[in-house]
Design a protein around this ligand. Structure first.
Ligand code: AMP
Length: 183
């Protein structure tokens, strides 16, 4: 299984910008726009993901609204497979299934089209997002994928906030791969 080299990790990590106190005091926001507009870092990242996941015999990539769309759609095209958006409630036009999940204050909801992963059961799906924090969003997304009859074979994150328990919870459900770990 292909993992990131130290040189690749250094290039990607250096391209991510920390924004203090966004969107509220106490949060350090991991800004990946500086990765996307850095052609070397973006290319190192996407080539690595391509090398790793071409061995996985995947049928679809599912990306989480909205930054998961950027990496997920690019990767799906490189692998020659389909891309499925998992969206915030109320955005998808056809019949959906949905999952609610807890936020620090209140709840949120995500949805996927009921037929997004085709007619055949057991489609192999990689779920991707830019970052895992509490894991609430990714857990709900993995549950949705499995509810359609497809299988979430792995969740991939560019950044994992390891001081939160998100990954541990998600690992009870599926494999998890993260490139940059923040302790
Ligand atoms: P969670 O459900 O708590 O794992 O939150 C994950 C979602 O929130 C992802 O879609 C991230 O894009 C976003 N997110 C949470 N915390 C941060 C952060 N510190 N920096 C950037 N994005 C974040």
């Amino acid at each position: 299984m292909i993992t990131l080299s130290q040189t690749e990790r250094t290039i990607i990590e250096a391209s991510i910008r920390d924004i203090k106190d966004f969107p509220k005091p106490g949060i350090i926001f991991k800004d990946i726009t500086t990765l996307l507009n850095n052609k070397e870092a973006y290319s190192v990242l996407m080539n690595h993901l391509h090398q790793r996941y071409k061995e996985y015999d995947l049928d679809y990539i599912a990306g989480i609204d909205a930054r998961g769309f950027i990496f997920g759609a690019a990767l799906a095209q490189m692998l020659g497979i389909g891309f499925v958006p998992i969206r915030k409630a109320g955005k998808l036009p056809y019949t959906t299934i949905s999952q609610k999940y807890a936020l620090e204050y209140g709840v949120d909801e995500i949805e996927v089209h009921i037929d997004a992963f085709g007619d055949q059961k057991g489609a192999r799906v990689l779920l991707i997002d830019d970052l895992i924090a509490t894991g609430g969003t990714a857990n709900a997304a993995a549950t949705l994928i499995n509810q359609t009859g497809a299988v979430c074979v792995e969740c991939c994150f560019i950044i994992a906030l390891n001081f939160l328990d998100g990954i541990k919870k998600l690992q009870e459900k599926t494999e998890v791969y993260s490139l940059i770990e923040v302790n």
